[in-house]
Write a protein that binds this ligand. Structure first.
Ligand code: ADP
Ligand code: MG
Length: 338
């Protein structure tokens, strides 16, 4: 394919998320969307499976296999496993096409220079001809279709697996931003703990997440009107399997504190912005991206608490990847900045 870098070279954008990795190929769009999970042999460290296949092994592994999530809170926690995972994803995304790709990877705002370097190095070792990074909220805003280059303020709140990132953006840059380590995974953990305490029931990580998707809501009022669901797990006292009816009110109570923290972070960011940008945000509203944006009634609850209109971006799970990929088009500008 003919592109900025000449024949045969592909440009790809990678959203290397804590929960999911999404790959965007220039000219094709999103070609891959898989969990950021790797399974390895505990004997020799050999990679057994990556992505979806590895995710399906969670909670079902014999002692010879361990499950690794190489990304934690948006940064690389396990370098070698990240390289292996990236190699697999890049290979899968490009298929048989020849030539090493130029790769843009998004990173959380406020990560250290060392953490940033690790992402660039890992991407090169995984097969990139060259690698660049873009700040995640900026990519999210591009992907959400916000006018990031215009002299007007936009606010994007990206709620992922590990972190919630709030940023105001204007004239091609991030004006203010905040990040908290409370997002989808923490909500799952709160659910796990609540069910354990209230019902003496031990549930799996994926069961907690499924509960959030199925009956989770940010609104205590709405929770009253959602039916409970039976949940299977292990009784803490007897050690035997048991089933318990868990209510939407339970889930709402469990995640309530987490939601409040996300709201406080948004409010603090709003309070820090200039009056001009605050006025722009009131006009255009706050845009939510990331998988966490899909939590029922979250947008309404944030709108209520901030008194600013809130909307969910189209395809919120894909925004960062799309924005990362799209930003490759202005790679010359980005190169100069790095
Ligand atoms: P990351 O960028 O950190 O990989 P994502 O943007 O992919 O994260 O979002 C993943 C998070 O979104 C997970 O914690 C997941 O539970 C949550 N999520 C996905 N769909 C829903 C849903 N329908 N309701 C609530 N949370 C959801
Ligand atoms: Mg993300």
């Amino acid at each position: 394919m003919n592109n900025l870098f000449g024949l045969g070279t592909k440009n790809i954008g990678i959203d290397l998320g804590t929960a999911n990795t999404i790959v965007y190929v220039d000219g094709k769009g999103i070609v891959l969307r898989e969990p950021s999970v790797v399974s390895k042999s505990t004997k020799n460290g050999e990679i057994i499976a990556v992505g979806e296949e590895a995710r399906d092994m969670i909670g079902r592994t014999p002692s010879s296999i361990e499950i690794v999530r190489p990304m934690k809170d948006g940064v690389i926690a396990d370098y070698d496993t990240t390289v292996a995972m990236l190699k697999y994803f890049i290979g899968k995304a490009l298929g048989h096409s020849s030539g090493k790709p130029y790769v843009m990877v998004c990173v959380p705002t406020g990560i250290t220079a060392v953490e940033k370097r690790a992402v660039i190095d890992a991407t090169k070792v995984a097969g990139a001809r060259d690698a660049y990074v873009i700040e995640e909220p900026f990519a999210a805003a591009i992907g959400a279709g916000l006018p990031v280059m215009d002299p007007t303020g936009s606010m994007v709140v990206d709620i992922g697996g590990g972190t919630t990132d709030v940023a105001t953006i204007s004239l091609g840059g991030i004006v203010s931003s905040r990040s908290v380590r409370i997002a989808g995974d923490k909500l799952n953990e709160f659910i796990y703990q609540y069910v354990r305490q209230k019902y003496n029931l031990l549930i799996g990580e994926r069961t907690a997440e499924q509960l959030k998707w199925d009956i989770g809501t940010a609104s205590p009022e709405v929770a009253e009107s959602i039916n409970s669901v039976p949940v299977r797990g292990r009784d803490l006292v007897t050690g035997l399997p048991k089933s318990v009816d868990v209510t939407a009110v339970d889930i709402n109570t469990a995640i309530g504190e987490g939601i409040q923290e996300i709201i406080s972070t948004i409010k603090e960011t709003l309070e820090e912005t200039s009056p001009e940008i605050a006025a722009d945000v009131i006009d255009h509203g706050i845009v939510l991206t990331g998988g966490g944006a899909l939590l029922r009634n979250l947008a309404d609850v944030i709108a209520d608490a901030t008194q600013v209109p809130v909307s969910i971006a189209k395809d919120p799970l894909d925004c960062v990847a799309v924005g990362t990929g799209e930003s490759l088009k202005s790679i010359d500008i980005i190169k100069k900045k790095q």
